[in-house]
Design a protein around this ligand. Structure first.
Ligand code: FAD
Length: 420
């Protein structure tokens, strides 16, 4: 006989625990299955120096605000794990750790969940297994000469782990700029390959730039109001770092430090990495988008009577195009000893035996509600709002998804025709 619960939640990161919090509020029996520990990704899948790019005051979870001594600071990965752990304890979440979900299959009246610790039956399943389970590495990586060491952000922990010599960091979103900066400070010559990116100052008019996102409502824009949802869901993370100095880490800061910028890595031929030459256009586009964002903030501050309270509007200098930007690098010459792929993350649904994953490996869903009745998702980019993937973004999403799930359970046999 399988164990039975009305709901099984897969994953005890902040998303799965937020689902648990609202399920408990609705008095719905459930279990949260976690292959490792609570907040596993923060404990085992981040580099040593990582700090959140969101300030502490923003890292609020349902009924669990940040209440430490440094609201304007940025948590380390260990501190995030502690914050999530205390949320799990406060919510008394029924978490079963060290339990890997090996498969989820549909049955006549719900789901069959197979784990390495036995099988369970449920009417509904909440997929909260994370959006960043695996690194994305372009196929051209396989043509890199064996003499060059390759690391992904899942392997990288600190500069000490790298051999001496030049490093090529590929990708200039939050992860790429942070690692390029850290590796350069370790004394290694660093080249950064830059594609489309989102430029942001750390502070604007005296406030954290993410205060503006939160206060002005940009982050609250709903998924069904976003113009191009597919694009919004693939948007790279902004070039930000959380440091006590609240420093801006954009491409100008990296150039000043001595990091060499090259274009997007387009191909590899005869051991040569070939980079696109369009840096000027890529920089102009990022500068233009930043300009528009700051214009919107200024307009919002004026409309809300905050204009005089805040520092005067300011604009950043345009991103400087290098006088000479290299179009190729000989990877066999010894100049580059290590490549760090900071080219994004993807989810892993290899355990999900329900046909709800598209050709690109993403879940097909409408605001976290999947086509297959009783199946739900949380913690994915722009799931229901622009803020969905951030820690503070889970509360509204989890409340609404669990409301839907509660109606589904309450509808009994008619649940398949439940109006979405
Ligand atoms: C490098 C990086 C930096 C980030 N910085 C910030 C930031 O500054 N601020 C912010 O708000 N957000 C940030 N995020 C985004 C976001 O907070 C994280 O991605 C967060 O970890 C997502 O929470 P989650 O609960 O959805 O997924 P996860 O934290 O990944 O939790 C999913 C859990 O599911 C478990 N699991 C997966 N598969 C199975 C299985 N088959 N069986 C059982 N368990 C399983 C995993 O072990 C994991 O514990 C960052 C993300 C990354 C990758």
């Amino acid at each position: 006989m399988s164990e039975h619960h009305p709901v099984v939640v897969v994953g005890a990161g902040h998303a799965g625990l937020a689902a648990s919090h609202f399920l408990t509020q609705h008095s719905i029996d459930h279990v949260v299955l976690e292959r490792g520990e609570v907040a596993n990704s923060w404990r085992h899948e981040r580099w040593d120096s990582l700090r959140l790019l969101t300030p502490n005051w923003l890292s609020r979870l349902p009924d669990h605000p940040y209440d430490g001594p440094d609201p304007d600071g940025y948590m380390t990965a260990d501190e995030v794990a502690g914050h999530i752990e205390s949320f799990a304890a406060r919510a008394a979440a029924p978490v079963r750790t060290n339990t890997t979900v090996a498969s989820v299959r549909r049955t006549e009246d719900g789901y069959d969940v197979q784990t390495d610790g036995g099988s369970l039956r449920s009417r509904a399943v909440v997929i909260a297994s994370g959006a960043c389970n695996r690194p994305v590495v372009p196929t051209l990586a396989s043509a890199v000469p064996a003499s060059v060491e390759q690391l992904t952000t899942f392997d990288y922990r600190s500069p000490d782990q790298l051999q001496d010599g030049g490093v090529l960091v590929v990708g200039a979103s939050a992860t790429g700029v942070q690692l390029a900066s850290e590796l350069h400070r370790s004394g290694r010559p660093v080249t950064l390959s830059v594609g489309e990116h989102v430029r942001m100052p750390r502070t604007y008019r005296g406030r954290d730039v993410l205060w503006w996102m939160d206060a002005s409502g940009v982050w609250d824009e709903r998924y069904d109001e976003v113009d191009d949802l597919t694009r919004a869901r693939r948007l790279p993370s902004p070039q930000l770092v959380g440091t006590p100095e609240r420093a801006t880490l954009d491409l100008n800061a990296l150039t000043d430090a001595g990091v060499q910028l090259v274009g997007r890595w387009a191909a590899i031929r005869d051991n040569h990495a070939l980079f696109s030459g369009g840096l000027r256009n890529v920089f102009s586009l990022a500068d233009l988008k930043l300009q528009r964002l700051l214009d919107n903030y200024d307009g919002w501050a004026l409309a809300n009577g905050l204009d005089t309270e805040l520092d005067a509007p300011e604009r950043l200098a345009p991103t400087r195009v290098p006088a000479v930007s290299r179009l190729q690098l000989d990877l066999a010459s010894g100049e580059i000893r290590t490549i760090v792929w900071a080219t994004g993350y993807r989810p892993d649904y290899s355990w999900l035996d329900v046909p709800v994953v598209d050709a690109k490996g993403h879940l097909s869903h409408d605001g976290g509600v999947l086509e297959t009745p009783g199946l739900y998702a949380l913690g994915l980019p722009v799931l229901r709002r622009r803020k969905s993937t951030f820690i503070h973004g889970i509360e509204d999403d989890a409340r609404e998804v669990v409301d839907h799930l509660t109606r589904y359970l309450g509808a009994g046999p008619r649940s398949d025709i439940l109006n979405r």
